[in-house]
Write a protein that binds this ligand. Structure first.
Ligand code: THU
Length: 157
C-alpha cells in the first residue's frame, strides 16, 4: 500500500499585495457581479479572464427558470473567451461573488466542480498554468493553477 497526499497550494493575501494587473482583474470580476442575472439564488458571481492577447473577458452567472439551464460565471466567461478569441491562451482568472445581502462574500467563493473541469480544458490548451484568484471581501486566495483545484481530474482517454 502506498499513501499519497495531494496538497492544494494556497496563498492568502490582501488586495493591496496584488500586482496592478491582478488588482484590475479582481476589480473586473467584482464589477461583473453587478451584471449577474440571479433572480432565483440571489448569489451573484463574476469572473474575469486575462488572455495572452491582452484582452480581459468577463462573465457572470446567468440563471434560468428551468434551473439546470442556468450557467455559472466561470463557464459563461471561459466559453465566451474561447469562442471570441480561440487563438488566445488563458493567463489568469479572477472570481468574485456577492451574497444574498448584496455584500461581497467574506470567504472567497471557489468554482464548482463543473467549472473546474471546464477551466482545466483551457489551461491544458494554454500549455501552462493558469493562475486562479478567488477574491473575498478582505482575504484573497491565490492558486497557482486550475489543476491545483482539481487533482485527479478527468482527462481525455
Ligand atoms: N455559481 C457560479 O456562478 N459559479 C460557481 O462556481 C458556483 C455557483 C452560481 C450558480 C448559481 O447561479 C448561483 O451561483 C448559486 O449557486
Amino acid at each position: 500500500m502506498k499513501e499519497v497526499n495531494l496538497n492544494v497550494p494556497l496563498k492568502i493575501v490582501a488586495y493591496e499585495e496584488l500586482s496592478d494587473k491582478q488588482k484590475d482583474l479582481v476589480n473586473q470580476s467584482r464589477e461583473a457581479t453587478f451584471r449577474s442575472y440571479a433572480p432565483y439564488s440571489h448569489f451573484k458571481v463574476g469572473a474575469a479572464i486575462a488572455l495572452s492577447n491582452g484582452e480581459v473577458i468577463v462573465g457572470s452567472n446567468q440563471e434560468n427558470a428551468a434551473f439546470p439551464s442556468g450557467t455559472c460565471a466561470e463557464r459563461s466567461a471561459c466559453y465566451y473567451a474561447h469562442a471570441r478569441y480561440p487563438e488566445a491562451k488563458f493567463e489568469t482568472i479572477a472570481i468574485s461573488a456577492r451574497g444574498t445581502d448584496d455584500e461581497f462574500v467574506e470567504n472567497p467563493a471557489a468554482p464548482c466542480g463543473a467549472c473546474r473541469q471546464a477551466l482545466l480544458e483551457y489551461e491544458t490548451l494554454a500549455g501552462h498554468d493558469v493562475q486562479v484568484i478567488l477574491a473575498g471581501k478582505k482575504d484573497i486566495y491565490i492558486l497557482p493553477s486550475v489543476k491545483s483545484l482539481l487533482p485527479l481530474a478527468f482527462v481525455e482517454f
